[in-house]
Write a protein that binds this ligand. Structure first.
Ligand code: G1P
Ligand code: ZN
Length: 545
């Protein structure tokens, strides 16, 4: 096998964000762009000779081309074997499961998650470590530094190989095993949940569910698990054929982009009692009851509170973890269970060390991400099956389960306001302004609300001691309400400002007040302290979730 070295020069800005490197397809299609980044990953690794790499992606536009490029480069880098999903497909949680099951050296996942796809859409790539989880900041920073000095990439001369059939192929000395993208993952989920009981629920004439795969990677997974293994009627899975451009949609399961599903559950004529959806790469989830969207933060709390009903978790939870902007609903559950609750920066990579160390069993983020120690990524279908298992055991509709949860624990009323695609200059000025005013904000009175503390969230990993700073501006009121500001780290154009709003309402008599109404005073406070309209020119958020 002849390894060739192709001269190259660095591209600026190959810096991984919240979840890997994400750029427009047009950027990734430039000659040597993907190759440089992959070479930087391989240069940052050591000891991969003869080892196994897992490779797959969410099937978006350019997935097929990128897979072939990476296979040739993996051969040149000395890997012994690559496990690649058939047709180059692996959902993000499935990739994590495969890495763990086969004790691979690591994995490369091609995905831009919930960002739109297609020729003019987004593409992305990230590296996961042997634990199945996204590489930590130390690693991604080292990759970035490497991209700045790269002078050549290494590959082998070999034609594209056929990934359409399960089996073994070779590229030089590299063995390429084309695997069923669903099998290992489905087997893992089957070991955690009571499939018989869920199947019983799905067979009931008075229970009908719809799963919206949003033309993204989870289509085949949902068909296999929900319809084939659990016996849900054909047609339960909608938009189940993955498309390179996700059918022109935005594969993000929230009330805006999955409006059809939400509307169907709100219409009693649909006969539906439960709805769910997942995103581009299958790691996010949305849970919908009858005329009721479960907020991801509430979902996390309900999942933790009901663990005793689920076979895989009935033995107890070591702890729970949530990202800082996620609501504190799960903290209340942890308190009652007498287990620790960890607060981490945004991004799944921070949960990895807690999961590896056995400190947390269940983790979640307000951005529709929930998961557990079974893999090292958030897991959309896992969350859906967890809910189905709760519904099957409790024989209670999803909306009632959440309302009962609020009655018991109180309600953390919560919302996120996104200002998308604003210019980076004003966005940075807004954040810098807030940062510089932090000392004055603490103790001040804004619109009759007393700010107790104001800070820029920093985190020290309790396992490895690593420190992450500037992770979001937090304004905490003396009644426990919070407003959090941060800039997205996953966008590919301009900046996205995220404003997270939370207020605790103990009184069950007030639980049904509409969310935005209940949060109105905090929305006013956010505008007042951050001057969003004045600095960005925006009158209101683009997406409210
Ligand atoms: C967003 C979410 C974050 C999630 C990430 C990857 O990141 O807010 O919780 O981990 O996508 O799915 P952000 O764009 O806010 O940096
Ligand atoms: Zn995703």
């Amino acid at each position: 096998m002849k390894v060739i070295s192709v001269p190259s020069t660095p591209f600026p800005g190959q810096k991984p964000g919240t979840s890997g490197l994400r750029k427009k397809v047009t950027v990734f299609r430039q000659a040597r762009y993907l190759e440089n980044f992959v070479q930087a990953i391989f240069d940052t690794l050591s000891g991969q000779q003869g080892k196994t790499l897992v490779l797959g992606g969410d099937g978006r536009y350019y997935n097929d081309v990128a897979i072939q490029t990476i296979l040739r480069m993996a051969a040149a880098a000395g890997f012994g074997r690559v496990l690649v999903g058939r047709d180059g497909i692996l959902s993000t949680p499935a990739a994590s499961a495969v890495i763990r099951k086969w004790q691979a050296f690591g994995g490369i996942i091609l995905s831009a998650s919930h960002n739109p796809g297609g020729e003019d859409g987004d593409f992305g790539i990230k590296y996961n470590l042997a634990n199945g989880g996204p590489a930590n900041e130390g690693f991604t920073e080292a990759v970035y530094q490497r991209t700045r000095e790269i002078r050549a990439y290494r590959t082998v001369e070999a034609p594209d190989i056929d990934l359409g059939r399960i089996g073994e192929l070779r590229i030089g000395d590299l063995v390429v095993s084309v695997i069923d993208p669903v099998a290992d993952y489905a087997e893992l989920l089957e070991s955690l949940f009571d499939f018989e009981r869920i199947a019983g629920l799905l067979a009931r004439p008075d229970f009908r569910m719809r799963f919206d795969a949003m033309h993204a990677v989870n289509g085949p997974y949902a068909h296999e698990i929900l319809e084939r293994r659990l016996g849900a009627p054909a047609g339960t899975v909608v938009n189940g054929t993955p498309l390179p451009d996700f059918g022109g949609g935005h594969p993000d399961p929230n009330p805006v982009y999955a409006a059809e599903l939400v509307a169907a559950l709100a219409d009693s004529r649909s006969g539906l009692s439960f709805g769910a959806a997942s995103d581009g790469d299958g790691d996010r989830n949305m849970i919908v009851g009858r005329a009721f969207v479960v907020s991801p933060s509430d979902s996390l709390a309900v999942i933790a509170a009901n663990h005793a009903l689920i076979p895989g978790y009935a033995g107890g939870l070591a702890g729970v973890a949530r990202s800082m902007p996620t609501s504190c609903a799960v903290d209340r559950v942890a308190r009652e269970l007498g287990i620790p609750c960890y607060e981490t920066p945004t991004g799944w990579k921070y949960f990895g060390s807690l999961l590896d160390a056995g400190k947390a069993t269940i983790c979640g983020e307000e951005s529709s991400g929930t998961g557990s120690s079974h893999v090292r990524e958030k897991d959309g279908l896992w969350a859906v099956l967890y809910w189905l298992n709760i519904l099957a055991v409790r024989d209670t509709p999803a909306d009632v389960i959440v309302r009962q949860h609020w009655q018991h624990f109180g309600r953390n009323v919560y919302s996120r306001h996104d200002y998308e695609g604003i210019e980076t200059g004003p966005a940075d000025r807004l954040m810098d302004g807030l940062r510089s005013r932090l000392p004055q904000l603490a103790g001040s009175l804004v619109k009759d609300m007393r700010i107790a503390t104001a800070d820029d969230f920093a985190y020290t990993d309790p396992v490895d001691g690593s420190r992450s700073e500037r992770q979001g501006i937090r304004i905490l009121l003396d009644d426990g309400s919070r407003v959090v500001f941060r800039l997205s780290g996953t966008g590919t154009e301009g900046a996205t400002l995220r404003v997270y709003l939370e207020r605790f309402v103990a009184d069950p008599g007030c639980h049904e007040v509409p969310t935005q109404e209940a949060l109105a005073p905090l929305i006013g406070l956010a505008e007042n302290v951050a001057q969003i309209a004045a600095l960005t020119g925006r009158k209101g958020p683009d997406v409210i979730s």
